[in-house]
Design a binder for this molecule. Structure first.
Ligand SMILES: [Zn+2]
Ligand SMILES: [Zn+2]
Length: 369
């Protein structure tokens, strides 16, 4: 019998064109593993940074760590998802794309599985080795044993489900670490996909006021749709003017919580300056090296500030994200910010990355079938 093959589109290195490859579809599914057929993959800002060369990355690799797919085959021992729901062939699933070993120092002793010493990240793996299907930009994904899987409710759209895997779970994870207090006044820097999640989630979980700051009007329009009470285009404002405007909007004291979702290092300084005494800053945007800033350290001390970082997330955060987005899908236009939709071809994947770089899309997507 002829071996069935399927395609992946691989990142070959900075400045090089994507390339398509055909690899044999796995036929032996290990106990605990799942073979899924990709339906939709969304391209994350971090993928774009990799493509641009902002951080080291293994090549060649099948990128894409936000995707939703259908179960084609399940290994023995798989019958329920991480939330306890039954699983069968044909069900749609999303994954905690951060596979962790469960027994190392960070997994076991420090409750930081997202920093597991043997961490395997779907969409971040050298992919010219079996089982080849390591990320969202392929027709299949081989889900290795031990991956935390969540079943997608039948009435949830693919476009609502795929971005949960990174953008939404990163924000639930961040709020878990930094803490959101009832009636907090929140500033969100950046109204891209991560920022829109931060806006919707802080607003929905009890913030009194959410102020969104960006330099792109179209993104600020989206911020309003996701619950921002006030939007500020900071393009024409100098730092002092922006800080004054935020102070005026927060009773003269400054915000309780600043969420940095742009990845622009200087925004941290702005956040530190505008926070009230005792305020907290969550830094989730800076994901590649080189973002040095000259911080007046005394400001952190004298204002009793807390600065919290988060990279990756824990499975429970994906579960929370799924529940929240599912519950609010008639309130916020989650699926409208996904697109345009590109085919799984070299041109399609290239087009999706360009759309993100040129900021003509918030979450471009690749259709897997
Ligand atoms: Zn571990
Ligand atoms: Zn991501």
């Amino acid at each position: 019998m002829a071996v069935k093959t399927a395609k992946v589109v691989m990142f070959m290195g900075v400045g090089k064109a994507f390339q398509m490859f055909e690899y044999p579809v796995p036929t032996k599914i290990e106990p605990g593993a799942i073979l899924m057929k990709t339906r939709l993959a969304t391209i994350c800002g971090s993928d774009m940074h990799t493509w641009r060369g902002d951080r080291p990355f293994p090549v060649p690799s099948v990128m894409g760590h936000e995707f939703v797919g259908e179960i084609v085959e399940m290994g023995k021992e798989v019958d329920r998802d991480t939330a306890g729901k039954s699983l069968s062939v044909g069900d749609r699933i999303i994954l905690d794309y951060l596979w962790s070993c469960g027994i190392c120092y960070y997994c076991k002793q420090k409750q930081l599985p997202m920093k597991c010493l043997k961490l395997y990240k779907y969409g971040h793996v050298k992919s010219d080795v079996a089982p080849y299907f390591h990320g969202g930009c392929g027709e299949y994904v081989y889900v290795r044993p031990g991956t935390k899987v969540f079943k997608v409710p039948e009435d949830m759209a693919d476009a609502e489900a795929a971005p949960l895997m990174c953008a939404a779970a990163t924000i639930t994870g961040t709020l878990d670490r930094v803490g959101l207090e009832f009636q907090d006044k929140v500033v969100v820097f950046g109204a891209g996909m991560i920022g829109l999640n931060a806006i919707a989630m802080t607003k929905g979980w009890g913030a009194a006021k959410v102020i969104a700051i960006d330099i792109v009007d179209q993104r600020l329009e989206a911020a309003k749709k996701f619950g921002a009470d006030v939007v500020i285009n900071s393009k024409e404002l100098n730092n002092d003017e922006l800080i004054k405007e935020v102070r005026d909007l927060t009773g003269g004291f400054g915000p309780d919580l600043v969420m940095e979702c742009t990845g622009t290092p200087g925004t941290i300084l702005l956040g530190v300056r505008m926070l009230r005494v005792g305020g907290r800053l969550a830094n989730v945007g800076s994901i590649h090296p080189g973002g040095e800033v000259a911080l007046d350290a005394s400001e952190v001390t004298l204002k009793i500030l807390t600065i919290t970082g988060l990279h990756n997330y824990d499975a429970k955060h994906l579960g929370w994200a799924l529940e929240y987005v599912y519950a609010t899908r008639s309130k916020y236009p989650w699926k409208e910010i996904v697109g345009p939709f590109f085919p799984l071809t070299v041109d399609g994947v290239t087009g999706a990355f360009k759309a993100l770089q040129e900021r003509t899309a918030i979450r471009p997507a690749i259709v897997g079938r």
